[in-house]
Design a binder for this molecule. Sequence first.
Ligand code: ARG
Ligand code: GLU
Length: 707
Amino acid sequence: MFLTIAFLITAISARATEGMWIPSLISMFYSDMKTNGLKLKAEDIYATNKSSLKDAIVQFDGGCTAEIVSAEGLLLTNHHCGYDAIQKLSSLEKDYLKNGFWAKNRSEELQCPGLYVTFVKEIREVTKEVLAGVKPEMTAAERNALIKKNIAEIEKKSAVTGNIKAKIKPFNNNNQYFMLVTEDFNDIRLVGTPPNAIGKFGGDTDNWVWPRHTGDFSVFRIYANKENKSSEYSAENKAFKPDHFLPISVKPRKEGDFTMVYGFPGRTDQHYCSEKIRFYQDIERPARIAMRTATMDQMKPAMNDNDLVRIKYSAKQASIANAWKKWIGQIGGLKALNAVAKKQQWETEYATKTNSDPQWKARYGNVINDMNTLTKSASKYEFGRAMFTEYFYYGPEFINFCFGFNGLLNNYEKLEKEQKLSKEIDNLKESADAFFKDYDAGLDFKIMKVTTPLYIKYCDPKMLPAGFSENWEKNGENIFKNSLMLNPEKLKNTLSNLTPEAIELLKKDPALVYANELYNGYASSYAQGASEFASEENRLLQLYVEGILTMFPKKKNWADANSTLRIAYGKIEGSAPHDGMSYKHFTTIDGIMQKYDPANPDFELTQRFIDLYNKKDYGTYTQDGKLWVCFTASNHTTGGNSGSPVIDAKGNLLGINFDRSWESTMSDFVFDPSRCRNIVVDARYVLWVIEKYGEAGHLLKEMKLVR
Ligand code: ARG
Ligand code: GLU
């Protein structure tokens, strides 16, 4: 009896699969997917001559993923992916973040200016064409120049029309190239969103953590012109008719069921050397974490105290907190897995292999050593860039805002001569409006006071402008008291009546001077080193991965994520990453009530939700009497997979991917089948919220539910 159970557990966990596979190469991994339970044909998943699953999947706003679930272009993605769009449509009077929003009919669906989705029409390998003429003895510069030229020629030859684009991207660290033919749709409208108390339930406290109870979804619709083609927003546009949409499974699920995630993972770095992993684990991540902790320690209380500040800062705060917490998880995971030692072990194996062939020895014999030596001697440049990024882009916000005015200030006469001045002024007015709408100067000053000392502490003094350490505080006081740049009315007036004198005045504005000196400090001391480090590292990674592909042809090799369409497959399964405890593979609505805490904004509920819970009216969405909220599966995912459909063996939607467990976040560098789990909001909970909470049952009529 004991033996069988132990056997079953290992059999399940052994099936978790590393890798994010390129759909057009499906023949390479199709049989393994079948072994794992897939019931579809390969051409049902990816095809260019007929409709397939891929036609129901889009990149959402250039970052996340979304899927089509009706013949009328209805889209599901995560609440946190639609967050920006929802926030832009929100105000104190129409607080869709707090109250949710449900269009009762098509005419109430809300236009989202700027929001777009991208379809992938074809993925075609063009490695041979791109590498034509490339010789092993070429220098990196020669190789890159030739590749660039080849790519430009091929792209030009394949030029397509309208909103369709053909772009070539490198894969496998510049060892493989694919052309992606894509099409953008620009008229996307908000159809529905649950309130934060559902869509962000658990907030930053639960983010990256299992067990999870977040209804992290929102609903949009793609609109197209009369010909069903991509078009800018127009009142005449109609709901888009897709080539394929995903039916939704409301059947019971069980541990071990096949799952596949089809979406747009952003970036992984499986090939970093052991020293680079050590650098992230011990140096870079800890410093970034400290910078963000300081910022958020100021934001949180200000947001809790004031509703207006809360609305202004919610999206910004969520984005800063997200990477911050992931990094903390990554460090933990890398240490728990002994990732540095594991990498070293593999590096020894690689180096030993090169000894078995003189040609391999000549070409790949030094690469491991070179990568580790480079990291030790030059990763300080990457560190400097990281600190600059944290301060300049994620620290006090006035810095980056002011920096954006340089285009106007430095080219005033030229712009005037070329009659581009009024356009530039309009753009800046618009960006100032957007900036001040979500800005609180008092809070920004507090953020400046806590992040600046950390910037000084972490930076090589060479990066700092002269006198920075002594004067920043005095400068800060002056900026927040007197800067014209931070006075919305005065700035607008100045821009409306722009004179050469006003330009000179703006150039001397203390906030602008601060931003420029800061930038120049970094640019003149570290920027070049950082870019040289990156290109040398890329050169070595190309060679190193070429070595893997050449010397270990049987190794299951997958190309790192690069924001292109990929497939990951695995199973519904729980995990046991900590001694003495194990995680179930699903959570239920009862857990929401257990976490409910009216005193903690992360765990608030609306009265409406509580009433519905007490009625226990779960329709046909339960399993063994319970309404599942989330489940975990063993698919290899990363940022960008948010909103991705989690699909069953027959091509039906099981849920929407939205996170990874904390114990998994190191999978961007090292995957571990026993602990890596992606987190999914169950489609049945999504349907329940739409129907019972949102009273938007009319949307369900468009969908195809599989019972
Ligand atoms: N961790 C998820 C991702 O990386 C969800 C982030 C949004 N949720 C939040 N509580 N901030 O995007
Ligand atoms: N929430 C992430 C996203 O926005 C997905 C989580 C992950 O990194 O796996 O894409």
